[in-house]
Design a protein around this ligand. Sequence first.
Ligand code: G6P
Length: 615
Amino acid sequence: MCGIIGYIGSGNACNIVVSGLHRLEYRGYDSAGLALCAPENNKILSLKAEGKIAALEEEIARNLPDSLSDSYSLGIGHTRWATHGAPNLTNAHPHLSNDGQFAIVHNGIIENYSALKNKLTRKGYTFESETDSEVIVHLIAECYEDDLRRAVAAAIEQLDGTFGIAVVSSKHPDTIIAARKGSPICVGVCDNGTIIASDVSAIVNHTNKVIFLDDGDILTASATNIDITNFKSIPVTRELTHIDWDVGEIEKGGYEHFMLKEMFEQPHALANVTRGRLLIDDGNTKLSGMQMDPYEMSRIASMVLAACGTSMYAGMVGKYYFEDLASLPSDIQQAAEFRYRNPIIQRDTCMIAISQSGETADTLAAVREAQQKGATVMGICNVVGSTIAREVGRGVYLHAGPEIGVASTKAFTCQVTVLAMMAILFGRARRLSLQAGRELVGELSRLPELAEAVLAQSDNILKIAEKYAQMENFFYIGRGYMFPAAMEGALKLKEISYIHAEGYHAAELKHGPIALLEENVPIVACVPEFSGKIKTIGNMQECRARKSPVIAIATEGDKEIDEVCDDIIRIPKCNELFAPIPVVIAEQLFAYHIAKLRGCSIDQPRNLAKSVTVE
Ligand code: G6P
């Protein structure tokens, strides 16, 4: 979703902002723009373009000769993912005040923009765009006397909704002001200046030491200094966070797509997520970030898992883990629904919020709702220092490294692994035996090799993908632990190939969707060796009887499957509890190859955003 970048310092602000915008591209966007200021020039130069950043670069080349580019020492930039108003040039950010002396970029949604717009229009301000964001810049111009920070503080006091903003003014070419309420902003001070962004991935190539603003903070940044106050202008101190990503991790490293790179990173990511956390002799796991002792764990009476998208399907697997391994009544909740229901949360309920980015608005809202109702709330996040991670204050990081491809891959397999480790920990504090714990922990230590074995099938999976790449409808089916795997497989395919794909419980297919089956509607059946295999084979037969081709994801050496499908993707033998991991890796590869064969934009699929920071 929308991204913000800002720079002030001795470097070339235009180049630094544009390269920051490239780092933010993965979030999903449909237009981009920047605003530049130079000390000796009392005008803001603003350039925007519809579509990709390449179009903005062409615009810059047309309007800003190289000889002048160096004179700009301050800039803010934005990638916009349209909410209010079409994805076009006028709606692209930055938005400028009528006198051209203030420019803002904004992430989030201003809910009272319509009332503010009417008020400002009556005062003579003219609006160019259909966005909610434009009111902010006119309000700042209206509130300005001679202090930019104070003007921003006075303007944001009038805003309802969420925002992360960066503001510049030609009257203050030595300052960027940023503020946050609900949309992340972070800042890093590096050798040649100060860089702010909505996302650490646009900062880590400058510095690994980052400060995250809290909601209610206003940042004043100069080339060498930063000051943070709250909205009431009282100074506040924020901790420095060390981000352990290196620049290579946010680049493709020879792979054609980030998604491909991230799929192939899974053996390494699974080794990282389990490193130091598996206690094989004790049949247990060690997750210090949960900050929970066995006594506390034994007093938890139920689990609520809340998440969106792929993280929600990881949570579905987690629900089964908590039931099977920890004998805990568990539920997986769509975070967007949770916040608007009246969920029953008791004192002894534990909520686990699962979010790769740690910024998903609905998941964050679910966290706040559960906290409000007195639940113990933990997070499973990948991005260190992200909002959910900070607000819950306890939980488990994935340490999977940055995930840039919009379609989540390594985060899913690591989330499932963390959920298994958590369930074992809760289980050992309850009824899980030492012997059972040892077996499970031993199996978890094999995950990197299981992932490796599936990735080695990539060429075979490509051959199967070639057969089906032109189909327009797919069903994915599974039971038990294979049900969430089916849901996730269908999500991967639709996200990146734009093929209509639905995940279904294998038995539920009969209650409606079976009416759609015919020879052009293939079925992907998740059917490794597990307790639901025979029944799933029955469901596959039902599909074949309706002429649907069946692609099975099955265990190597399982001959029984040969007779009941048209194509087979093999995964290694493993404990059925952990089979969602190799099965989903096979599905990721299948979706990837199909999308590539169809010529789709794999890392930045149309309309999708990596981190959904609005409701
Ligand atoms: C977006 C992404 C998905 C992701 C979901 C939840 O829809 O495109 O890939 O699964 O958000 O994101 P989170 O960061 O909370 O895991």
